[in-house]
Design a binder for this molecule. Sequence first.
Ligand code: NDP
Length: 416
Amino acid sequence: KRNVLIIGAGGVAHVAAHKCAQNNILLGDIHIASRTLEKCQAIIKSIKEKDSQRSAGRLQAHELDALDIEATKALIRSTNSQIVINVGSPFLNMAVMSACIETGAAYLDTAIHEDPAKVCEAPPWYGNYEWQRRDDCRKAGVTAILGVGFDPGVVNAYGRYAIDTYFDQVESIDIIDINAGSHGRYFATNFDPEINFREFTSTVWSWERGKWKANAMFEHRHEWDMPVVGKNTTYLTGHDELHSMSKNLDVPNIRFWMGFGEHYINVFTVLKNLGLLSEQPVRTAEGLEVVPLKVVKAILPDPASLAPNYTGKTCIGDLVKGKKNGKPQEVLIYNICDHKESFQEVGSQAISYTAGVPVVAAAMLIADGVWDVGHMANVEELDPKPFIDLMNRMGLVTRVRDAQGDRILHPQRESA
Ligand code: NDP
């Protein structure tokens, strides 16, 4: 058994903690550490209510400022944690990774590091932060798996699997992310508004003909007809996974498309044009200094509070095009996740669920040695088959749609 330290106590941490508890046979004690102790305690309460039959291990809440590397190292040591699941804000990554390298614990996260002071950085984003510590991980023999949520994460594994299994040559991977759910609120973001808006206010990078291309947000739109959720309008969006897949997979075109309703775009555009998404402080007539984006965050619904009333489904997948035996080939590998079912199982909405399950699947693959590689890796550098199979058993089922029809994907069986 390997003890796990979860950093952060937001939506994704909530799901990750539940999934660790459900898989206590491999993952031992579960420690949850975040800035606000009460949020860690609330997660433990939820586990005790929902998973009481299964969770036999120790569950403990800790107050931690994860930017304090020494404090994080001390907690890793005192809890004897061998695996750290970092699902706090992306501002914490480099600090938490340092603590892992210095203590020898395995490191997992679900997003690229961000510097709060910088909005638009040069691609590939991993090159500005995580990859700079590649050699240190290798020297310390530390397994660090980057971006192992759904997107980034599972979609990277889908790309790897498609290339290895269905194609001689791949021309393009279009990652399509549709949330066809409804939370019933006037306007809300599905995760931290600050992080969410940063994603849409900077340059949209896409990988086209083997080069980075700069686009503007909402400049390119495309309607996709996806399984279960049907026709949806999406927009070319900048996203983490392009920054590693472009390097690690030999594919000339990789793009990310996110579904947006007109209402979201209207509200977002008004907020942006008024300057309310700015991170630059302004001074009010009363002499108060405020950061507009922080004010917007404070008045929007807490993303976690959306879960109880969320209905509908998400559909996220990779549409891969290329050639097999000289003939054109097209394959869609995807997952459908239901908001209500996620809530019934672990008390979270599907966006958190689809990110929280993969990171725990990865922790389990480290615990049983399959992914315990002893160096830093992005998901597409690892064998996708055990990962996809394990998630099928954990509640995130992968399907494939190709010329043969639509079916559940069992990678180890298909390639046997
Ligand atoms: P939340 O904003 O809900 O949670 C973030 C947590 O981090 C909060 O509990 C916060 O504590 C904690 N935190 C922030 N700063 C510190 C600090 N200095 N020390 C300790 N804890 C801190 O985020 P989500 O759960 O929605 O997302 C978590 C991560 O997952 C993010 O990196 C996000 O980008 C990523 N993500 C990835 C997805 C994927 O598919 N790959 C999908 C969705 C999210 P407090 O509440 O006290 O402020």
